[in-house]
Design a protein around this ligand. Structure first.
Ligand SMILES: *Cc1c(COP(=O)(O)O)cnc(C)c1O
Length: 354
């Protein structure tokens, strides 16, 4: 496909890697293309990073038709840049699009534009330990009318942000609050789609947890408020009496690529991994009788995040003495090893830029 390129006339200076945070700085360019029912996807272009101009009646501003993805480009020791399972992000984005009545993008087209954009911006991939170039593809409904209906016009954009190491002082256990009031998603809703609306609905609980000194909330299912779903922007896994347990994908949980990678890796290594219902009662019992050996969240940003404390209805439980479990550490080491190219990728997960 034809992708036009308008080079910036004022390239920015590359940031000092020591000052990198998350999603505050952006590269020189962004990718954009537009969709209409008549023309399909058209006008693919890489343009200087700039504000978007939207009609005040644009669908996304009123009815929340928005989906996004998150993945990283990693700088290997040999200087080359690689992505981690990008086809999984593309497939998930299309599933999200289908749920929100946004247009899908053919997989080969999506892969081509993603790789072309990353190649254009690859100099922005930092090389300090733990740093990467975070890629944020997103799509929104862009009809210029207040009528409510499936979207006829949409815009797809990819922006990129050099990000620092999630763990400045090595991997660190977090404190998590189990939310028993708000819910994030219900089966039949948009829980499995990566859409902005899910985040808008979860901010209140996140804010409350933060005020109490917790870093994120653990969500229970929206119907019985009994079954564990996920943690903030991460999936969640537990080691209970030797068994690795993670909530099954019921429709209200985001199908994380890190989750999938952990499951595939642990199964290959001979662990018993169960994707099943896990009730808060079973978890509380395991915390009380000491059979909960480890708990961790997993997602692209943190890779693996050990959970050191869980709080449910005011009762605080320490997990694994507040330390980092063996499986948690192992997953972190192997996944980051593959992502940054330090370990051989026996799964075929990485995708290098030529
Ligand atoms: C993106 C996301 C995850 C993690 O998915 P990864 O593909 O592993 O990054 C988990 N939960 C929610 C709600 C998310 O938005």
């Amino acid at each position: 496909m034809q992708i036009t390129f308008t080079k910036t006339t004022c390239p920015k200076e590359k940031p000092d890697p020591a000052t990198l945070g998350f999603g505050k700085l952006f590269t020189d360019h962004m990718f954009m293309m537009d969709y209409s029912r008549e023309e399909g996807w058209h006008d693919a272009r890489i343009v200087p990073f700039a504000n978007l101009s939207l009609h005040p009646a644009s669908t996304v501003l009123h009815y929340g038709s928005e989906i996004f993805e998150g993945l990283k480009a990693y700088r290997r020791a040999d200087g080359k840049v690689q992505l981690f399972r990008p086809i999984e992000n593309i497939r998930r984005m299309n599933n999200s699009a289908e749920r929100l009545c946004l247009p899908t993008i053919p997989e080969d087209m999506a892969m081509e534009v993603l790789l072309t954009f990353v190649r254009t911006e690859q100099d922005w991939t930092p090389s300090a330990p733990g740093t990467s170039l975070y890629l944020r593809p997103f799509m929104f409904g862009n009809d210029e009318t207040l009528g409510v209906h499936a979207v006829h016009n949409a815009t797809f954009v990819i922006i990129a942000s050099p990000v620092g190491s999630y763990y400045k002082e090595g991997i660190n256990p977090v404190r998590i609050m189990i939310e028993d009031e708000d819910v994030r998603a219900v089966r039949g809703g948009t829980g499995y789609a990566k859409c902005g609306g899910n985040y808008a609905a979860s901010n209140r609980a996140g804010e409350r947890a933060e005020q109490k000194g917790y870093s994120q909330v653990l969500w229970l299912d929206g119907v019985e408020r009994k079954y564990i779903e996920e943690v903030g922007a991460m999936n969640v896994m537990f080691k209970i009496n030797g068994e690795i347990v993670t909530p099954m994908l019921s429709g209200s949980i985001l199908p994380g690529i890190t989750r999938k990678s952990c499951i595939e890796m642990l199964k290959k290594e001979g662990y018993t991994v169960s994707e099943r219902l896990l009730s808060i009662d079973e978890l509380a019992a395991a915390m009380e009788n000491g059979t909960l050996e480890e708990a961790w969240g997993c997602g692209t940003a943190a890779v693996v995040s050990p959970i050191g404390e869980l709080c449910y209805k005011g009762v605080r439980y320490t997990v694994n003495g507040g330390g980092i479990g063996e499986v948690t550490q192992h997953l972190y080491d192997v996944l980051t090893g593959i992502q940054w190219g330090r370990l051989e990728d026996t799964f075929g997960w990485t995708c290098g830029l030529e």
